[in-house]
Design a protein around this ligand. Structure first.
Ligand code: 6R9
Length: 662
């Protein structure tokens, strides 16, 4: 399949890092990047071991590096002992950073609270002691169902401090989802809050937790700890439920960390969305921490004076690695934001960058696209209206970023001087896998460029044979890496099947995404989940390619494309489109459909023309902003939606999108 015109045009547009960036960055120039890659190639274990010794503080140093004896269940640094909370807090306090601000918390209301490293260590120690006092011990699972808050970070760190394995359930998930995760993990304690503030509204949380606990299957829970946030009246079960502040009040300010083996499970995180019941992705302690730190150092080039802001929720892996662990382990000052990007208006992100002098900003393409739309409609919330001169690096994560959004982000947020690191990674990978290095990699919009040093990514065919550049295929990783998933909780077979399938003789990690490498540069472009690849009349194309073409049209704000079985062509392309203006109906809608069909035909080729285009005011998204393609596929086929839509942000739009016009 040919590339869209948009991609072809932008291919020629290459953005080189500035001289200053090259000079000062941790990975300096392509020579710096290639030297690290070569170090890893020449001595794979030595490369990771060197970083593990330099960047992590060990209680007991490791002597083993990679253990492949039980492949594909890999172990890293197995005889080493450490504590993640010690590395994130005590280490910084001991190094003279006690009075440095660790967290700048901005509430939904705009209220700002600053917490120093010293304060944070005290808060974590107190809560860790409280958990210990309740009998929570090393290896126990603790479910955390909290909004974005200082206590959310404290709870995670406190679990890490005592060796309990946390499992965060995103605060937007339903009682059923919470119940299923508590049940699967066999958690002994639940940490939640009375409610949460979002967009000026106070929403309940404890009542949902109560509903989950009442469903049956949560009998393992002995203690429920409740953070007071909204002040809403909530039911407290005597003997089971206690207020967070009360349990912390009487505790000592110091807490001896539990020293755990490097392979000890730091956390479980259930992957949302796709088929079947959610998978509890199990992460290690040592390897995970190492790559969280390396990603901060190399991808974000983090420096002592940086103010880092990752806009993700702690309920997602991005919030784990780039809020709770990576930044703190590097002694960084970071922003933790409770609210939403559109409240009190869609200039919130830009205002916060201005107010807190954010230097490194990390967000998702879906947020960028919605803010483009908002800025188009209301010039007052355009990023150019704010002083964003503190910024030096921008990041993108969660889905492929289409070149048009990339360009807008680059020009309007980064003032054409901040490199954009388009970071490809997954819940299962723990940290960055394919990403530019800001002081080294020439950028091409829409491409996540080259593997993180040490990561051996490749594009293969169905038999696992590596494909030449220019040929699209399946994205795999050839060697185990320290921060990789260790297990699917309680289901070793599922781990093997999902990530080390027999098709590849159990030798290659299957990411589940398609990718293509550029003929000349070897740069990776992610073409979308493998299940999103369409085959129309024998032509393969990524849904992303068509989406990218649609979004490049001046009228289109956002688009999602899925396949629908078709008698003649095998599959037909169905596009769900959000326009920048009003949602059209009747004759007007038909005219826009024609226009967009012709546009896509013109951009990619007639084969890619959507057969059916539906308009909505939005797309069905999870609260983390991921488009729910399963639902779209059902809508495209005209099927009734029977599945649970409780994780949807706005279920009402399903009705709009269900109506075919063409
Ligand atoms: C970190 C995170 C993982 C899936 C992944 C891929 C998509 C993430 C991307 C990207 C293209 C990027 N994805 N980052 N696709 N370019 N920079 O998002 O984890 O929630 O597990 O999602 O997201 O499809 O397989 P997770």
């Amino acid at each position: 399949m040919n590339m869209s015109n948009e991609q072809q045009q932008t291919r020629a547009r290459i953005y080189k890092p500035s001289e200053e960036m090259v000079k000062n960055a941790a990975v300096s120039g392509m020579e710096g990047y290639l030297a690290l890659c070569k170090e890893a190639e020449d001595n794979y274990e030595g490369f990771w071991a060197r970083h593990a010794r330099e960047l992590v503080e060990w209680k007991k140093p490791f002597t083993q590096v990679l253990d492949e004896s039980d492949a594909p269940f890999f172990k890293w640094f197995a005889d080493g002992q450490l504590n993640v909370s010690y590395n994130c807090l005590d280490r910084n306090v001991n190094n003279g950073l006690g009075d440095k601000v660790a967290i700048i918390f901005e509430a939904d209301s705009g209220e700002v609270t600053r917490v120093t490293y010293k304060d944070l260590l005290v808060r974590v120690s107190r809560f860790a002691n409280a958990l210990r006092g309740m009998g929570v011990k090393k290896g126990d699972r603790v479910v955390i169902y909290l909004p974005m808050s200082i206590e959310g970070v404290v709870a995670m760190q406190a679990c890490a401090r005592i060796g309990a394995t946390h499992s965060i359930v995103f605060g937007g998930f339903s009682a059923q989802a919470l119940r299923d995760r508590i049940n699967d993990a066999g958690a002994v304690a639940l940490i939640t809050s009375d409610g949460q503030h979002r967009g000026g509204k106070a929403l309940p949380l404890k009542p949902i937790a109560d509903e989950a606990l009442a469903m049956g299957g949560c009998e393992s829970i002995r203690n429920v700890i409740v953070v007071k946030r909204t002040g809403a009246e909530v039911a407290m079960d005597k003997g089971r439920d206690q207020w967070f502040d009360d349990v912390c009040a009487t505790q000592s300010e110091t807490c001896e960390p539990e020293w755990v083996d490097a392979e000890h499970p730091l956390f479980l995180l259930y992957t949302s969305g796709s088929t079947g019941k959610p998978k509890g992705v199990q992460h290690s302690t040592g390897g995970y921490l190492l790559h969280a730190i390396m990603s901060m150092k190399y991808t974000f080039d983090i420096k002592p004076d940086d103010v880092f802001w990752c806009t993700a929720d702690i309920g997602w892996v991005t919030g784990h690695t780039f809020i709770t662990y990576g930044p703190l382990a590097c002694g960084t000052t970071e922003i933790v934001f409770e609210g939403v990007p559109t409240y009190p208006d869609a200039g919130r992100f830009w205002k916060m960058i201005q107010d807190h002098k954010v230097t490194v900003f990390y967000t998702a393409p879906t947020a960028i696209r919605s803010l483009i739309k908002a800025a188009d409609n209301n010039p007052a919330v355009h990023p150019k209206k704010y002083d964003l001169s503190s910024l030096r690096i921008l990041g993108s994560v969660g889905e492929p970023i289409n070149p048009a959004a990339w360009e807008w982000y680059y020009e309007n947020v980064g003032a054409s001087r901040c490199p954009i690191v388009d970071t490809f990674w997954q819940t299962e990978t723990g940290a960055h896998m394919i990403t530019p290095m800001p002081g080294a990699t020439p950028l091409v919009p829409g491409s996540c460029t080259l593997p993180f040093p040490g990561i051996q990514a490749a594009v293969v065919d169905e038999t696992g044979t590596e494909l030449p550049n220019g040929q699209g295929g399946i994205l795999v990783v050839k060697r185990p890496w320290p921060s990789m998933i260790r297990a699917v909780w309680g289901d070793p077979e599922r781990y093997k099947k999902s990530y080390y399938p027999d098709d590849f003789k159990g030798q290659l990690y299957l990411a589940g995404d398609g990718a293509i490498r550029d003929k000349d540069t070897g740069y990776f472009t992610i073409t979308g989940r493998i299940d999103d690849v369409l085959n129309v009349s024998g032509h393969r194309m990524g849904t992303m390619e068509i989406e990218s073409a649609l979004v490049a049209h001046e009228k289109v704000a956002e688009a999602a494309v899925v396949g629908r079985p078709d008698d003649v062509t095998g599959e037909a392309v169905v596009a769900f489109v959000v326009l920048k203006g009003e949602r059209p109906t009747g004759e007007q809608a038909k005219a826009v459909i024609k226009e967009l069909q012709n546009w896509v035909g013109h951009e990619i080729g007639p084969i890619a023309k959507p057969k059916d285009i539906r308009f909505g005011e939005n797309l069905p998204k999870t609260r983390s902003g991921k488009i729910m393609r399963r639902l779209l596929r059902q809508l495209a086929k005209g099927e009734e939606i029977t599945q649970d839509t409780s994780t949807l942000e706005n279920p009402a739009i399903l009705d709009q999108l269900g109506q075919p016009l063409s």
